[in-house]
Design a protein around this ligand. Structure first.
Ligand SMILES: Nc1ncnc2c1ncn2[C@@H]1O[C@H](COP(=O)(O)OP(=O)(O)OP(=O)(O)O)[C@@H](O)[C@H]1O
Length: 287
């Protein structure tokens, strides 16, 4: 897969680098009696790839879900492009210039690959299958334009040959590429990626790393990922959570050198099943 070209219809050029900033400040989330996050702050700077890491149960997915409106924080502020998002809902994301891929794949099984990607380009696209059906364009001209954009996104991810197939008939890594094409076709200013490398081979992961790095000249990326090699290679900054609390933040080198981080991961490796062991420094993975 090569670096993604600007999707057709995009307004941005290389002369106008990304300017959108996501600021999450003092975020706390309680699920019943469980404090999943306590006073966590994270800013994704324009055009940066920001990694979010931490051992199992650290609160990564919860913070990711706060960023995409799936979880409402108990406390804290979310500011996107200078505006506070008080009641962020997943259905508003595309219109706000935010796209996401979730853990797993999440493609609609009864739609073709092309239709799945077209849904991603629709500014009112919602999360459900029937909403997605409604979101498909009605006019021939709209449909043609969307189809072209979706095909361009698929082509950039080397997946255009699967356009007419149903997701369930495709290998998992191809499905992941399609899910990424669906997120990118809307030409977002912020891309939220939850464990994009899970289930990928080393070569596919390297390609994904190149792709994510290449995206940063036109969008910011928040990356939740267990594969340390990938995180260290592609991120400009990293936030580390442990037990719902931020224990470190900085460049990959700073985070790697932080004893609190090593300690958190060592504890996790000791508690984890042998097959899920994580070593922070060796780039070993789990998930
Ligand atoms: N819907 C929920 N209801 C109750 N507790 C939850 C819920 N979602 C998460 N939690 C709890 O919140 C804490 C943080 O979970 P979260 O899934 O955000 O961690 P994580 O860092 O993404 O973990 P992993 O790496 O294992 O996916 C955990 O203790 C988890 O059990």
């Amino acid at each position: 897969m090569g670096p993604l070209a600007q999707p057709a219809g995009s307004q941005r050029t290389t002369e106008s680098p990304p300017t959108a900033r996501l600021e999450m400040t003092g975020i706390s989330v309680a699920f019943g009696g469980v404090l999943a996050l306590t006073d966590v702050s994270l800013t994704v700077e324009p055009g940066q790839v920001h990694g979010l890491i931490g051992p199992n149960g650290a609160g990564k997915t919860t913070l990711f879900n706060v960023a995409c409106g799936l979880v409402r924080p108990t406390e804290g502020r979310i500011v996107w492009r200078g505006d506070e998002l008080r009641r962020l809902k997943p259905a508003q994301l595309t219109r706000l210039g935010i796209a996401r891929t979730l853990q797993g794949v999440g493609l609609f099984p009864l739609m073709t690959v092309l239709e799945n990607v077209m849904v991603g380009a629709h500014r009112h696209a919602k999360a459900g299958f029937f909403s997605a059906l409604v979101a498909l364009p009605t006019s021939d001209r709209d449909e043609r334009r969307l189809r072209e954009r979706a095909m361009a996104a698929l082509a950039e991810l080397d997946a255009e040959q699967y356009a007419g197939r149903y997701p369930g008939s495709l290998p998992y890594p191809v499905q992941k590429r399609v899910a990424l094409a669906r997120a990118l076709v809307a030409d977002p200013d912020l891309l939220l990626l939850d464990e994009p490398a899970s289930g990928l081979s080393e070569e596919e992961m390297n390609e994904l790393g190149d792709l994510v790095r290449g995206l940063s000249d036109r969008m910011s990326v928040l990356l939740v990922e267990h594969h340390m090699d990938l995180v260290m290679r592609v991120c400009d900054r990293i936030t580390v959570l442990d037990s719902g609390v931020q224990i470190a933040a900085g460049t990959p080198a700073e985070v790697q050198a932080d004893p609190a981080v090593t300690e958190a991961y060592l504890g996790d490796a000791v508690e984890a099943e042998p097959t899920h062991a994580t070593t922070f420094e060796g780039g070993a993975t789990r998930g």
